[in-house]
Design a protein around this ligand. Structure first.
Ligand SMILES: [Zn+2]
Length: 297
């Protein structure tokens, strides 16, 4: 997999540029999405003017949107620009594919991952091969952090549930960066405590709460991280995450569907009534959010 190395200066100046050229029929006849440093934005602009001149009759609009490339992982976003700059040369961007395993249980942790989009699942794998989810991680968190407190192995299998982008750092680099007392080290400890709270709450939830409430909790946590009402998901996958049979999840889903909370369309769950789902979820969804806010405020 190819990786690009960015210096702090380059990254501070990087922009996400999205350009769409629309025809009279409102079709997009040319679109481009690029990450680029500010200097090359001028070159892209000249390219764009040349293209527009050749298509003046056909074009009705040119839409350009710019977004700065500041860290969107919420842990990294808590660091000051100086602290983030110091860490940046050790972080590498990586795309995570659906199903990609980033940590195996009882195997050495090579990298810690700070997601900026997508969702990862931490699961316990039993000797029968069955697994049950104990935590999910999105842009509010990170994986592989046990290595930072000198445990070299992951207690869980962690894999990508919904594809997205992440920044990853080699574990020895993470340990070096966190040796000194300071905000980064404090943040890692606070996040570890928040993650442990989520795992504990999942144990209580899996053992006591009704399947329908747990489904709602799971969907709410995922909905928070995908920035869209459509979640690509089969009920077999959801059943595996909740540690139950597929038919049970199907029944629970039918109930929620009848209540108008969700729809299900060919491998996609569509959230229709977010407020209703919050009311139908068990207390665990809000309890975990409250604890993250308390520890990481
Ligand atoms: Zn619960």
């Amino acid at each position: 997999m190819s990786e690009s190395v960015l210096t702090p200066r380059e990254t501070q100046d990087r922009l996400f540029v999205k350009i769409a050229l629309k025809s009279r029929q409102n079709d997009i006849i040319s679109g481009v999405q690029r990450h680029l440093v500010f200097a090359s934005f001028c070159e892209l602009f000249i390219e764009l003017i040349t293209f527009v001149k050749g298509h003046e009759q056909a074009l009705t609009s040119v839409v350009i949107s710019l977004k700065s490339n500041s860290p969107e992982n919420q842990l990294l976003a808590r660091l000051s620009q100086t602290q983030y700059g110091e860490l940046l040369s050790r972080l590498r961007p990586i795309h995570l594919k659906s199903g990609q395993v980033v940590h195996e249980p009882r195997a050495p942790v090579e990298y810690a991952y700070f997601p900026v989009s997508g969702v990862l699942s931490a699961v316990v794998v039993l000797s029968t091969g069955n697994m049950i989810e104990v935590a999910t991680v999105g842009r509010e968190g990170a994986t592989g952090l046990p290595a930072f407190v000198d445990l070299q192995e992951s207690p869980h299998r962690v894999f990508c549930q919904i594809p997205g982008e992440a920044l990853r750092i080699e574990v020895n680099q993470l340990q070096k960066a966190s040796l000194a007392e300071g905000p980064f080290r404090k943040m890692l400890f606070s996040y570890q405590a928040a993650f442990f709270y989520q795992v504990s709450q999942s144990v209580a939830c899996n053992g006591t709460h009704h399947l329908e409430e747990r489904c709602c909790r799971w969907l709410l946590m995922t909905h928070d991280r995908v920035d869209a009402d459509e979640i690509e998901l089969t009920h077999e996958f959801l059943a595996a995450m909740l540690g139950v049979r597929g038919s049970s999840v199907n029944e629970a889903r039918q109930v929620r569907r009848r209540k108008g909370l969700i729809d299900y369309e060919r491998g996609k769950i569509v959230v229709r009534d977010r407020q209703g789902m919050e009311e139908a979820s068990c207390e665990c969804y809000q309890a975990v959010i409250n604890e993250y806010d308390r520890l990481l405020k």
